[in-house]
Design a binder for this molecule. Structure first.
Ligand code: NAP
Ligand code: MG
Length: 476
């Protein structure tokens, strides 16, 4: 497996100007396995200027059919390399290989979708009252900065880059320091597939060191960010300087609501992976479970049994369902949450400790009796921890569901159609699933309410976010 190790600027791989490098450590065995260039501010400036030239010099004005052709070619090349991309992600962040491969395929699918979208996203003609001819255009913005996290590095990189490129923008992709490899691979593959130099550039580097320079660069017209609410807020503040556009996909504390009239056995069997998948490092994790009291006890028993069947272990094994956490620091932060819950009197009904001597593993943890003011109830844990509480009354439960600064995702389990529709309207979140846990569809908008975000990824909604709307009026 050949690992990319340079910055990807202007269609080529090269060292950072200042010689900076980041050591990557395999979360499954805690061993360093590669070093990758870390960009500094001068690399940012060079990349943004080259991207701007590539935009003005061609990508912006390329015939839509040609843009479609290139993006389809990128998708095709990504499909050919799904196994390789999956293996790299597995090594880099400890993601189970089966999931890593699926996510590589999802990235390819995203490019297919937006390759097709180039010619299906358009303006309108408007019958203005004074007559004449009025029409709107959807124009590209210029250079977009896409700043992405380490939990789903490849698909998130694709679902920002693909619509931005489809809309005619050039993209600077900044992966998380912990997970630069598949983003760099994307840059290489896209270039080999015919994307002109400068159109997509990948700059690994520390967010705290170069983030501000990237976000405030005067040629950056839009920042598309996925990560913590804290950094999202910081970026939005900085973006005010140039009135750059922002879209933010941030944290969550998503509910999973199980009514007694549901097929609650199916809910109990499937719900553990709605919070523990990706070792809980998922902004959509259903970390607050509300279960109607009449089925609470048998539900919890079955949920715990299903949790204990989850295969935690070597991420390179095809049968593994949960790998280690991404870093020692991330695990320590989750362990603090669990210690805090114990101190507050919560019951650890399953898990709570480490499962392996080597590697940043953490057992999927089920908490009962968590207080509504406790950290584990209110804050995003971003690890394999769920709190399950009973409820008696629908309206009161919904007040508690919505009593959160977050509003990203959630699941509702019921066999009553009216209730499913009523509760779907009442829950304040950007994405909901009924009788399943699927939050992400390439074709549908994805994003949050309240402090979970601003703007939407995926679907045609993402295309809107990467274009400016122009109105042209022509007199009779
Ligand atoms: P983070 O700091 O928000 O990182 C996300 C991305 O932002 C990374 O590429 C990061 O780069 C970059 N970044 C950091 N500081 C920046 C700045 N000042 N300007 C521009 N970009 C900057 O998230 P984290 O520290 O990795 O994780 C902390 C917590 O965030 C997690 O425990 C979790 O609660 C939440 N989180 C949420 C999501 C999500 O999907 N919504 C994803 C990841 C984390 P570096 O990696 O170089 O710092
Ligand atoms: Mg951070």
């Amino acid at each position: 497996m050949e690992l990319p190790t340079g910055l990807f600027i202007d269609g080529a791989s090269r060292a950072a100007h200042g010689g900076g490098r980041t050591v990557l450590i395999n979360p499954a065995d805690e061993q360093p396995f590669a070093e990758v260039a870390a960009a500094d501010e001068s690399d940012i400036a060079a990349a943004v200027e080259s991207a701007h030239r590539a935009w003005e010099g061609g990508w912006r004005d390329l015939a839509p059919g040609k843009r479609t052709e290139i993006l389809f070619n990128v998708a095709r090349k990504l499909r050919e390399q799904v196994d390789e991309i999956g293996r790299i992600e597995c090594l880099n962040i400890g993601k189970p290989i089966a999931d890593a491969r699926d996510e590589a395929g999802l990235g390819a699918r995203v490019f297919e979708y937006y390759a097709g979208a180039v010619t299906k996203f358009f303006g309108q003609t408007i019958p203005v009252s004074r007559g004449g001819f009025d029409f709107t255009l959807r124009e590209s913005m210029g250079v977009v900065a896409a700043i992405v996290p380490w939990n789903f590095p490849f698909p998130i990189a694709c679902w920002k880059a693909a619509p931005a490129l489809a809309a005619g923008n050039c993209v600077i992709l900044k992966p998380a320091s912990l997970s630069p490899l598949t983003a760099l691979k994307l840059g290489e593959i896209a270039h080999a597939a015919g994307l002109p130099p400068g159109v997509l550039q990948v700059l690994p580097g520390s967010g705290s060191a170069i983030g501000d320079a990237l976000v405030t660069h005067p040629l950056i017209r839009k920042i598309s960010f996925t990560g913590s609410t804290e950094i999202g807020r910081h970026i939005m503040g900085l973006a005010a300087r140039n009135l750059s556009r922002v879209s933010l996909e941030l944290g969550g504390k998503s509910p999973n609501i199980v009514f007694a009239d549901a097929d609650w056995q199916r809910a109990a069997d499937s719900s553990p992976m709605s919070v523990f998948a990706n070792t809980g490092q998922d902004c959509c994790a259903r970390s607050r479970m509300f279960v109607e009291r009449s089925v609470f006890e048998p539900f919890v028993e079955r949920f715990i049994a299903a949790t204990r069947r989850i295969r935690v272990g070597d991420p390179t094994d095809d049968k593994t369902e949960l790998g280690p956490m991404v870093s020692a620091g991330q695990r320590a932060s989750v362990e603090e949450f669990i210690a805090d819950a114990r101190k507050q009197g919560s019951v650890v009904a399953s898990g709570g400790g480490r499962t392996h001597a080597k590697g940043w593993y953490l057992d999927p943890t089920v908490l009962l009796g968590v207080g509504k003011g406790d950290r584990c109830w209110r804050e995003e844990v971003f690890g394999p921890v769920v709190a399950i509480v009973p409820f008696d009354d629908e309206a009161e439960m919904l007040r508690e569901v919505n009593d959160s600064p977050y509003g990203l995702s959630g699941s509702i389990w019921t066999s009553n159609l009216s209730r499913a529709l009523r509760v779907s309207r009442a829950v304040q979140s950007g994405v909901l699933s009924v009788n399943c846990h699927n939050s992400v569809h390439v074709e549908a908008p994805f994003g949050g309410f309240k402090t979970s975000g601003l703007g939407r990824d995926l679907g045609m909604a993402a295309m809107e976010g990467y274009t400016e709307l122009k109105n042209v009026y022509v007199a009779d």
